[in-house]
Design a binder for this molecule. Structure first.
Ligand SMILES: C[S@@+](CC[C@H](N)C(=O)[O-])C[C@H]1O[C@@H](n2cnc3c(N)ncnc32)[C@H](O)[C@@H]1O
Length: 338
């Protein structure tokens, strides 16, 4: 996947049927979800992705805090509120959470309510919650305060759902950017279209993957700018269709909202860069974003297959590295770098 940040230059509907289908998919996903075994197979990968988000969010909030005290954030496609703690840690003042799936938004809200109750004397950000198909509806019409302005819009693992049509991608972008203050940031993570296409081209069929993930394209050798659909299946959980985001096009489209690209990195590049920092390294340990190799008496590796840890084994034999190593199984690493 990629992470990116766009900054706003100083210097701007609804088809019910489809929205209902997407919303109901996400709503039912809550109920079944992954079973325990699957959860533990990819737990480090999930934690790793979460660490990447934490670092990205932390850095951008620090930057905004340098010029002002109060920070207002839009979490676009917030899901069940997986980033709520990050917003708290980042000492923001105000949060707007939006998602197409009503059940997720409700869960997000009750997590926030719990957090607030347990925070006692600490002042915690205020929040509002909106259920909307952000590729077809305008959030500005649903905000409690129509004059509200954001310093940061965060769109984590969501934007690619909008690339079905140009109009949807534009509406999503409009929702992300039109209420940003000049100097504000649009940050996000999406699958890496180059990597997806590279792996597809290397495969004999219209599908590729490994024991934890599988990507299946509808067509091969044909990559329309919008509506280039594929299914991303993680640990057997069928997902809603995703769409390839051709990044240069996204950057062009964002110019309409006075946005300029300041940052784009693959997960691998971002990891290599940010892990140099001690604070990030400590956070990585605390979040258990890497697996301990070799396992000790108390832990067990996510996969029993030694070939999943060939790279770690080789690294440990080469010497020089402090043992035990922190690593991800090969399949998880492949899944997260897609
Ligand atoms: C992979 S989850 C990511 C959730 C959260 N951002 C996180 O990082 O944990 C994708 C989210 O995008 C939301 N989503 C998909 N299509 C959407 C749309 N058209 N409008 C708003 N949210 C959408 C889904 O409901 C889901 O919660």
């Amino acid at each position: 996947s990629n992470m990116s940040a766009l900054s706003k230059d100083f210097g701007s509907l609804t088809e019910e049927g489809h929205s209902v289908k997407v919303a109901s998919h996400y709503n039912t996903l809550q109920e079944c979800g992954l079973d325990e075994r699957s959860r533990s197979r990819i737990v480090h990968m999930r934690n790793f992705n979460n660490w990447l988000k934490s670092v990205l969010i932390g850095e951008v909030l620090d930057q905004v805090h340098q010029r002002q005290r109060e920070v207002c954030v839009l979490d676009l496609g917030c899901g069940k509120g997986g980033d709520l703690l990050k917003w708290r840690k980042g000492r923001i003042s105000q949060l707007v959470c939006a998602d197409i799936a009503g059940v997720s938004v409700e869960q997000c809200q009750s997590r926030y309510d719990d957090m607030r109750k347990r925070s006692h004397s600490e002042r915690i950000f205020s929040a509002e919650f909106i259920t909307a198909d952000c590729t077809r509806e305008l959030l500005s019409e649903k905000l409690s305060d129509p004059e509200m302005r954001f310093d940061v819009c965060s769109c984590q693992f969501v934007y690619h759902y909008s690339f079905e049509t140009q109009q949807q991608a534009d509406t999503m972008l409009r929702n992300a950017c039109e209420r940003l203050r000049p100097g504000g940031f649009f940050i996000g993570t999406t699958p890496d279209a180059y990597e997806l296409v590279k792996r597809l081209e290397a495969s004999d069929s219209n599908s590729f993957g490994n024991e934890v993930y599988r990507v299946t394209f509808q067509k091969k050798d044909e990559y329309p700018l919008f509506g280039c659909q594929y299914d991303f299946n993680l640990e057997g959980v069928v997902n809603v269709p995703e769409f390839l985001v051709y990044f240069p096009l996204f950057v062009e489209m964002a110019k309409k909202y006075n946005m300029r690209l300041v940052y784009k990195k693959t997960f691998h590049e971002f990891f290599k860069d940010k892990i140099q920092n001690d604070q990030n390294r400590v956070l990585m340990q605390r979040m258990q974003a890497l697996e301990q190799y070799p396992a000790d008496g108390r832990s067990r590796l996510a996969s029993d297959r030694p070939e999943e840890y060939e790279h770690a084994q080789r690294h440990s034999e080469e010497g020089g590295a402090r043992m035990p190593l922190g690593t991800l199984s090969k399949s998880e690493w492949e899944a997260t770098s897609e």
